[in-house]
Design a protein around this ligand. Structure first.
Ligand code: IPE
Ligand code: IPE
Ligand code: MG
Length: 256
């Protein structure tokens, strides 16, 4: 694994180059990775890393909202994470309960709207209920969308869209030659994000450089930023650094 960044120098870097008046990515997606390694470094249980990671979600959500990001999608639990030991899965399923019970006042204060992508039906009832409650309570908020990917998998999302479309064709409700990108996107879990459906900036922490089944369609033209910091160490200044790097990128979308 790569060496962890020096915290002092990265603070200076971000201050020096970040342009608050520059272009801010509308949709930022984060693969919040490295909670387990963060805990291991401190000889703590993996759950302590997840708890620290949850606290960092609060910091980054408020900060992204302050920076004018319109949608922040956070990968909280993948369709593959069920492979983990049961006690870890149970802990992760409890986290949304703790998160919303402590963070809801600040969510309302920041006018943040909570949304979710993934498959709620396989979640424990308490997890599902607390997510549904947060979505309901914030549905009229007009600020940043805080979109949690919980029990989310990009391949499953695409296959489900294909199935829905196939059924429409079978029923005669849609002609096969009318299937295009726009029609397809209407069947993805991100469809309600409309213009912000596709990701502008995709961040992954912990030094791993892979997608791990995250937003496969929506990341087609996003800018990638890989940070070697572990998620509980990824702070406001590191988010600003990612924005600064994004601002220097030249997005061509296949053109010149
Ligand atoms: C990311 O941290 C959080 C989830 C996947 C839920 P990890 O738990 O994957 O941490 P590492 O990769 O083992 O360090
Ligand atoms: C991706 O991290 C999933 C989340 C951050 C929720 P993982 O730690 O599960 O990914 P892999 O296994 O290293 O690819
Ligand atoms: Mg991991």
């Amino acid at each position: 694994m790569k060496e962890i960044n020096n915290i002092e120098s990265r603070t200076e870097d971000a201050k020096e180059y970040f342009d608050a008046t520059g272009l801010i990515p509308e949709h930022v997606a984060i693969i919040m990775d490295g909670n387990g390694r963060w805990a291991k470094k401190r000889q703590l249980k993996r759950s302590a890393g997840h708890k620290a990671g949850m606290d960092q979600v609060k910091t980054i959500a408020k900060h992204a909202s302050k920076r004018g990001v319109k949608v922040l999608t956070l990968y909280a639990f993948s369709t593959e994470n069920w492979k983990r030991p049961l006690n870890e899965v149970n802990y992760l399923m409890q986290l949304p309960v703790d998160f919303f019970s402590s963070f809801m006042p600040e969510i309302m204060e920041a006018d943040i709207k909570v949304m979710m992508i993934g498959h709620p039906s396989d979640l424990p009832k308490k997890t599902r209920k607390v997510m549904e409650k947060a979505i309901e309570e914030t549905k009229d908020n007009n600020g940043m969308v805080l979109n949690f990917a919980v029990n989310y998998g990009g391949r499953k999302e695409i296959l489900d869209a294909v199935k829905e479309i196939a059924i429409m064709v079978e029923k005669g409700a849609l002609k096969a030659d009318k299937i295009n990108e726009k029609v397809f996107e209407e069947h993805l879990m991100t469809s309600s994000l409309s213009e912000q459906q596709n990701v502008d900036l995709m961040i992954r922490t912990s030094g791993e450089e892979r997608l791990s089944n995250f937003l496969l369609w929506q990341n087609a033209y996003s800018e990638f930023h890989f940070s070697s910091l572990l998620w509980p160490d990824f702070g406001e200044v590191d988010f600003d650094e990612a924005l600064r790097i994004y601002q220097k990128r030249n997005r061509r979308f296949g053109g010149l």
